[in-house]
Ligand binder design. Structure first.
Ligand SMILES: [Zn+2]
Length: 210
């Protein structure tokens, strides 16, 4: 399976295209217009079978409708924020919207089979109640959404549904994982030593806010 990062600029989120036996996209950015242009040349939008949203903020779900044939997967605790179009207040914050009809609702420990490789769902609340990280265990690859970023920074908790105590617990949990490559929701991808250390660094930094 090939992973193609579509690194964002500005407030848009990163998106990751997973080209395996099944084609999946993790997060879709702020708008369908921007998603269409970013994915052009990587894969035809019609071939995308699965869209996984790491959480229901509009800058991660706004491009879902680019993939009309795909099933949308997100954590059950974020389903209402997506289907209502509120996205925890981020739709009005960004001045944009777009409905999202979640298909399969995920829980901690769920597995998403991409044909050959399996994404493990790790529930990591704090940034939103239903934030998830997606883990490819054999590669040590973690798609961390807005829970963890390069350099050990972490997601904000001051938006509706945010909770710093939960975020610290979530960071502690992912610090136990073997992370060889970190694919965060914003900013650059990191590998090797930096990837291995960033969850621990984030834990220590976040704990100071408790
Ligand atoms: Zn977010």
């Amino acid at each position: 399976m090939r992973i193609v990062p579509l690194i964002s600029s500005g407030y848009d989120s990163n998106a990751y295209v997973l080209l395996g036996e099944r084609v999946a996209v993790i997060d879709t950015g702020l708008s369908a217009e921007s998603m269409r242009s970013r994915i052009a040349g990587v894969v035809e939008a019609e071939r995308v079978e699965l869209v996984l949203n790491t959480h229901a903020h509009i800058d991660h779900c706004g491009g879902n409708r680019t993939f009309g044939n795909a099933e949308v997967l997100l954590h059950e605790l974020d389903a209402e924020a997506a289907s209502s179009g509120s996205y925890y207040g981020t739709a009005s914050l960004f001045g944009t919207g777009g409905e999202c009809k979640p298909g399969r609702l995920l829980k901690d420990g769920a597995r998403v089979d991409l044909g050959g490789e399996v994404l493990e769902v790790i529930h990591t609340p704090g940034h939103t109640p239903g934030s998830i990280c997606l883990y490819l265990r054999e590669r040590g690859a973690l798609f961390s959404g807005d829970t963890l970023f390069a350099g050990g920074s972490f997601g904000r908790t001051d938006l509706p549904g945010g909770d710093m105590r939960q975020l610290v617990e979530s960071l502690r949990r992912i610090a136990e994982l073997d992370i060889e490559v970190l694919y965060p929701g914003h900013m650059e991808v990191v590998e090797g030593e930096e990837a291995r250390e960033c969850a621990e660094v984030a834990c220590e930094a976040a704990e100071r806010f408790l």
